[in-house]
Design a protein around this ligand. Structure first.
Ligand code: ZN
Length: 368
């Protein structure tokens, strides 16, 4: 039997151990991918340590389990019924999998499926365990099997290491679509220098935003974003007066849309402050998971026709659209500095990314 190395978690709160396990065989409509790079998620240590207590309704895979969310590599084998892919194709694997049978899955909207599950991370419903059992492999193993429908073809200009960042970029892409931002309009990005925020800024410019208000605490990091396009990117420094007040000094009517990328550790007061910058009819899209509650007063919300939208991940189709933009040169990932770790250093890498994560560094695992 052909074997591979996989970094697996054996107990909640434990470290990852390098195990030798069999290379899986792709089933019908599935492919086998040799993983070249997999992203490092700052939240993964929390997930494998605290999620069973914090969020018991978000199931983890049965242990021992291979984790690793954003995988990019090369197809090495295809199962029966696969016609669009062949060995040698370079791909990103969208790890979000639905049941495949409910009406949302059939509509190409698996993020709405009751069983929606991230391979190599966690699931969203009671149907997730069955999906983990069918797809137990993920990016911290050398090979994984995945549904052919979840692959995104990579252009030559996009390296596997860069593609390991597509989860964050895709999340921002889907959020901007849901924000209904039109060319020439304005977008406020709260938490703009973080891992979601930097990608959101690049994409907002590519979508043709006339003004991108980037809100963050780090002046030097904000300057890096402004340098992307000094005419269109407007810095809003946290701690120098309110966010809404600063934003409305630049745009008195307010911004057309807002992305909230703040994570669970950030104070929700910042989100509430920033929402005051949104113009009448504007949309606020939540992708960071800031710890609420967020107060919404229905009467003024109604009168101003505001919308508050939660957005989860992105569909395989949205992933293809995003990669199309990158391949066409509309989004330049050149500002992301790669920081690669070999699989043996996964535990050290997760500790490093937890404390050092920033929007400009692309932390990932490489399989030598
Ligand atoms: Zn479904």
């Amino acid at each position: 039997m052909n074997m591979m190395r996989a970094a697996r978690l054996h107990e909640i709160g434990g470290s990852f151990a390098i195990d030798q396990i069999p290379i899986p065989t792709p089933g019908r409509q599935e492919v086998l991918v040799k993983v070249e790079a997999c992203g490092l998620i700052p939240n993964l240590r929390n997930v494998v340590t605290h999620f069973p207590n914090w969020y018991p309704f978000l199931p983890l895979p049965a242990l021992p389990a291979t984790f690793g969310l954003d995988s990019a590599g090369t197809v090495t084998a295809v199962g029966d019924g696969v016609t669009a892919w062949k060995p040698g194709d370079r791909v990103y694997v969208n790890p979000g999998i639905g049941c495949g049978e409910c009406r949302y899955c059939r509509q190409g909207e698996p993020t709405r499926c009751n069983s929606y599950t991230f391979m190599g991370y966690f699931g969203f419903g009671p149907g997730s365990q069955a999906i983990f059992e069918r797809y137990p492999h993920a990016g911290y193993g050398e090979y994984l099997t995945a549904p052919a429908a979840n692959l995104v073809r990579l252009p030559d200009t996009l390296s596997s290491a860069q593609a390991a960042r597509l989860g964050y970029l895709g999340t921002a892409y889907s959020a901007i679509r849901k924000s209904a931002l039109r060319p020439g309009q304005s977008l406020l990005i709260l938490g703009a220098t973080g891992t979601l925020g930097v990608g959101a800024t690049l994409l907002a410019l590519a979508f043709g935003a006339a003004r991108v208000l980037v809100v963050a605490r780090d002046r030097t990091a904000l300057e890096r974003l402004v340098a992307l396009d000094p005419r269109r990117v407007v810095p809003v420094l946290l701690g120098e007066g309110g966010i809404a007040g600063q934003a409305r000094r630049h745009l008195p009517d307010g911004v057309d849309a807002m992305l909230d990328t703040l994570g669970a550790k950030a104070p929700a007061e910042l989100s509430v402050d920033a929402m005051g910058a949104v113009a009448r009819g504007g949309r606020i899209v939540q992708i960071g998971g800031v710890a609420g509650p967020i107060p919404i007063d229905p009467h003024p919300f109604m009168c101003a026709q505001l919308q508050y939208i939660g957005s989860l991940w992105f569909t395989p189709t949205e992933g293809e659209e995003l990669v199309g933009m990158i391949g066409a040169g509309l989004v330049d990932l050149g500002l992301l500095e790669p920081r690669a770790y070999p699989l043996e250093q996964l535990n050290e890498a997760l500790a490093a990314v937890e404390s050092q994560a920033n929007g400009f560094t692309n932390f990932h695992i490489t399989h030598a």
